[in-house]
Design a protein around this ligand. Structure first.
Ligand code: GLU
Length: 320
């Protein structure tokens, strides 16, 4: 039996765009081409940012593309375990363990709390935390707690963490100097992306993490979290970003390249042909079904640089 397990980890905060679809497409193909399994997990820990209708839309979009999964909300006895918003007790236990080991500390620095919990896609990456609240005395903590509830940060060791990304190659990050102590729980009790995702990947036995390259610098934090719980992380595969025609990162708020819009203008086979072409799997963007791509799949032909979407590929989509 194959030990490979890939994952789809959508945040249901808006419409899936073609960049998200490209990522799920490659995750799925990589796992399936090795006879592996797929888990679908909704990363909705920060409930306030979520749009409930996005969950149904995600199912519909994935199904339309033929991207299926073996484990997810509909497969288990308790669908809730595949929604991060239903996993708070698991995160609470892990958090308490780190706290009892003295690895986390309360942080009273004022920051935009909302941003602390989100996946730090390149442009909104926070600066290295200078350690202001590290080493506060019990008295100081008690005093400051009267005014506001603290966030909690994980204290990173002064070490260099090395790992090899399947596409980006050997990586070295100085945890203290380049990354810094990072928030794992916000002041309002919501657990942060680095913590929830790392724990879930470990607890769900994910062995391949395919996601866009702007999350590369999150990997060392997530590897650290997993190691603190005695888990060896899976293989990280950070794919090039798909950029819009102007070379800009796609956002869920841009309607033009959302799957919803694409589905109005193109068939699933045409869309898959375009994705396969972008991944270097076929010479021309000819319609195809996802199953036909499994035997063709290889990482070797995927461009190494970010990919600007050729205007001709989705030309029939309405521009904003
Ligand atoms: N849920 C994140 C997102 O949709 C992806 C995080 C990850 O793949 O680690 O941006």
């Amino acid at each position: 039996m194959s030990a490979v397990k890939g994952r789809l980890a959508p945040t249901p905060s808006g419409n899936m765009h073609i960049g998200n679809a490209f990522c799920y497409f490659l995750s799925w193909l990589s796992a399936r081409s090795q006879g592996g399994r797929i888990v679908l997990r909704f990363e909705d820990a920060d409930r306030l940012r979520m749009r409930p209708e996005s969950v149904a839309q995600t199912y519909s979009d994935l199904e339309w593309l033929g991207i299926d999964w073996d484990e997810g909300p509909e497969s288990g006895e308790d669908g809730g375990e595949y929604f991060q918003s239903c996993r708070t007790e698991i995160y609470d236990r892990a958090f308490e363990e780190l706290r009892s080991r003295g690895l986390v500390y309360p942080c009273f620095c004022s920051r935009q709390d909302v941003r602390l919990a989100a996946a730090p896609h390149a442009e909104d990456r926070a600066a290295v935390y200078p350690g202001t609240c590290r080493g506060l005395s019990q008295a100081e903590i008690a005093e400051r707690s009267k005014k506001r509830a603290p966030a909690w940060r994980l204290e990173v060791p002064d070490e260099t963490l090395c790992f090899t990304d399947r596409l980006c190659g050997a990586q070295r990050f100085s945890l203290a100097r380049e990354l810094g102590d990072f928030p794992i729980r916000r002041a309002d009790g919501v657990y942060c992306y680095q913590f929830t995702t790392a724990l879930d990947d470990a607890l769900m036995g994910v062995s391949e993490i395919v996601r866009s390259r702007d999350l590369l610098a999150s990997a060392p934090w997530q590897i650290l979290v997993q190691r603190l719980f005695g888990r060896e992380p899976g293989v990280y595969i950070h794919i090039p970003m798909l950029l819009d025609e102007e070379g800009k990162r796609m956002a869920k708020r841009d309607f033009s390249l959302s799957l919803r819009e694409i589905r109005r203008r193109y068939t699933a086979e045409e869309t898959l042909g375009a994705l396969a072409f972008l991944a270097g799997l076929i010479e021309e963007p000819a319609p195809c079904r996802i199953g036909e791509l499994v035997p063709l799949f290889t990482w070797e032909r995927l461009p190494r640089e970010d990919i600007v979407l050729p205007p001709a590929l989705f030309a029939r989509c309405e521009k904003p």
